[in-house]
Design a protein around this ligand. Structure first.
Ligand code: ADP
Ligand code: GN1
Ligand code: MG
Length: 362
């Protein structure tokens, strides 16, 4: 699709380009694992249909990476392997943190973190604890980031606006798919009153805007093969001002079910309580240092809210003709929406126990 050898020639790489292959299961960017004679890298083409201001996005990226790098600088003096704990951006030949080709494609490149991997479905509670601790540490590290980051996508987690977009897609029914989604729509609409809770609490001053990741799908943290620790948080496109709940909620959405996000057998989808507990304890082991009482109290609710919010987004995209998320089969977005609903239902069934556990952790 792209002349990757030529693109790579525009970055300050160590060694000569040898090969690149498609990599990962992300829904937005085009990701390649790329090798030179001396190093392995990740090369990404930023999806500028979605991220309309890639320069600002990369400005965020650099600020975040530099800040985290400074935090671990002292550690690094003692252990050079610590550089695996943050993304190391490779500058383009002109010194910028990205390369823009003649067609207007934006590419960025960073060092491939080896002996670590991501999981689309977590295997055990230890991984859940480790991943959530890493995201908690990430928020904690960014708590003193100077200035305010650019909003790379406005209202990214504004659930009522996500619902309004769904209502618009229902009205338009661009692809004539409305007839297929009755039960899903009914489930989503029946919970309409819950979608504004976090926004209202924020407006009332009970929840504080912080710098958050906003896309804490569990495959956005690298787990070290040898130690099982969550070593490096990746996919920094949406790091921007937000609520911590957006991050914790997405961990619950992606870290508690034993089935993948697009599972067809909904009987396999559900919230495993022991995974929720591990996520909560892992997250609080770091985020517990800065969260206030109301922020803590609303963590279980965020799991349900973000699951429904992403369900709303998948359904909106299905009705709109699959224009946002990459799909790999017919009805893929509808299948994804259905798993979110099955998971939200399972969360609702265990909600009292989730809250009791949360309240018991001081
Ligand atoms: P997307 O926005 O499309 O999800 P990501 O930045 O999450 O893109 O990258 C896609 C996948 O590539 C990740 O899930 C991870 O497996 C892998 N990956 C990304 N960055 C690195 C890295 N620095 N080292 C190793 N693997 C990486
Ligand atoms: C997208 O880029 P990726 O695949 O990690 C999406 C998230 C959704 C997720 C659903 C910028 O994440 O918001 O939660 O898919 N990213 C963007 O799987 O929209
Ligand atoms: Mg990703």
């Amino acid at each position: 699709m792209y002349d990757l050898a030529r693109v790579c020639g525009n970055f300050r790489l160590d060694g000569e380009f040898t090969a690149a292959e498609k990599y990962g299961t992300g829904h937005i960017n085009d990701t390649f694992k790329m090798r030179t004679t001396r190093q392995t890298y990740i090369l990404q083409r930023i999806n500028t249909g979605i991220f309309r201001e890639p320069e600002k996005l990369m400005d965020n990226f650099v600020r975040v990476c530099d800040h985290i790098e400074k935090k671990i600088a002292r550690e690094k003096a003692a252990d050079p392997a610590c550089r695996r704990k943050h993304l190391q951006l490779i500058a383009a030949r002109d010194g910028r943190p990205f390369y823009r080709d003649a067609e207007g494609n934006f590419f960025r490149c960073y060092v491939f973190v080896d002996q670590a991997r991501t999981y689309d479905v977590l295997e055990n509670a230890g991984q859940a604890y480790a991943a959530a601790a890493a995201f908690g540490a990430f928020q904690n590290d960014l708590a003193d980031l100077p200035g305010r980051l650019h909003e790379t996508i406005a209202d990214f987690h504004h659930t009522p606006k996500r619902l309004a977009a769904l209502e618009e897609a229902v009205k338009t029914d661009r692809c004539g798919r409305l007839g297929e989604v009755g039960p899903e729509l009914e489930f989503i609409m029946a919970r309409k009153d819950e979608y504004s809770l976090l926004i209202r609490e924020k407006d009332a001053g009970n929840l504080l805007e912080r710098t958050t990741h906003n896309d804490t799908k569990l495959n956005n943290v690298l787990i070290d093969d040898a130690t099982g620790a969550g070593i490096c948080v990746i996919d920094l496109d949406t790091v921007m001002p937000g609520l911590p709940h957006y991050d914790f909620g997405d961990m619950v959405r992606t870290g508690t079910s034993p089935a993948p996000e697009d599972e067809l057998d909904l009987g396999k989808v559900g919230m495993r309580f022991e995974m929720f507990e591990a996520l909560l304890r892992g997250y609080l082991s770091n985020a517990g240092r800065f969260l206030n009482a109301r922020e803590k109290e609303l963590l279980p609710f965020s799991g349900k809210l973000i699951t429904l919010e992403i369900g709303i987004r998948f359904l909106t995209d299905y009705l709109s003709g699959d224009v946002y998320f990459k799909i790999h089969r017919e009805k893929h977005n509808l299948d994804r929406c259905r798993t979110q609903i099955a998971l939200a239902r399972s969360i609702e069934q265990q909600f009292d126990a989730m809250r009791r556990l949360n309240d018991s952790i001081k």
